[in-house]
Design a protein around this ligand. Sequence first.
Ligand code: ADP
Ligand code: MG
Length: 402
Amino acid sequence: MTAKILSDLDASALSGRTVLVRADLNVPLEAGRISDDRRIRATLPTLQLLVDAGARVVVLSHLGRPKGEAKPEFSLAPVASRLSELLSRPVRFVPEPRGPSVVEAVEGLADGEVALLENTRFVPGETANDPELASEWASLGDLFVNDAFGTAHRAHASTAGLAEAVRARGGEAVAGLLLARELRFLGDALRQPERPFVAILGGAKISGKIDVIEALLPRVDRLLIGGAMANTFFRALGLDTGASLVEEDRVELARGTLERAGDKLVLPGDCVVAKDIAAGASTRNVARDQVAPDDRIGDVGTATVADYEREIAGAKTLVWNGPMGVFEVEEFAAGTLAIAEAVAKACDGGAVGVLGGGDSAAAAERAGVADRLTHVSTGGGASLEFLAGHVLPGVAALTEVA
Ligand code: ADP
Ligand code: MG
């Protein structure tokens, strides 16, 4: 299905209308301060379009996991202030997610004004996708815009539930500009990639990503593996991985994948090992069959980096998810940083490079290459679900293009 997009609507149809926007303003807070406002900035184009069109904008979002209770440390109040700064206009913060104070605030909005409701997850019905809660929210507005890609893989009351409730009332539920952008870049990479199409997968576990591996294999020309995920594949090859992180219960699964994948799936030929994965550890670069019993693999090796750089340089489409090593620790960051630079360089040369995953996005920021990539997804879990070919309930519930 193809969801209708906010930009498909006539701007004149938005003026004076109350528009409910589900955004993903789930930003990291450190002692009450926003340490990274990328998610707020990512949804600005949608909000700005609505403000410029003279809509009355009601923004809903969750933050963290307050588990259905009003916990002050998960309040969206600091987000309202930052949003106001970024939009250069007042944002009215409503300190409750539902109830009479919300109705009153929404009724008081003038054309072009913005209100942000308190954390949707302060209400237990949010994650339970309670239809009554969804209808209560739906009754506040005329149109629903889902811009929250990061939660599109969950059917919650403020995502799929609200879309359905608005449509049940005869209204439309459309994708915001960010959600549409995410679907376009991730979707195009899968459906009509310019070739060669090279995917790079890393990170901690195979278990969370096996569906992605299986879905990508028939589509890609090469699948380059790194991270601790490679260790489980090493074991499937009968190699000794010492004291490295391995998912023992996935070794069999990995063996099956290797057999089916043939030479499309590429594993590291060497790795960086140490007795401890910790700052200050003394490291060695060894071939993958030279890992000692008390070694831990912390990164891909220099020969692997050179191989992967060559594959990446020749690609026209790149999808990358998951760090190549424990990049949080200096001694094991080189592989991830080199791959980040290689993907960015390919994008400089005209390739399409899409990055998904929260830790991978942090790695790209650290490498200073995020701006050079074609698209950095704002959704970790959602991008994986999408790449695995799963339906995203928050998208499936939207109005389809005619
Ligand atoms: P993303 O959030 O980008 O999807 P993941 O959450 O799957 O990525 O994996 C990120 C984590 O994987 C990082 O915290 C990193 O330290 C860890 N990791 C990568 N390689 C290794 C390794 N060889 N051993 C242990 N952990 C690893
Ligand atoms: Mg992660």
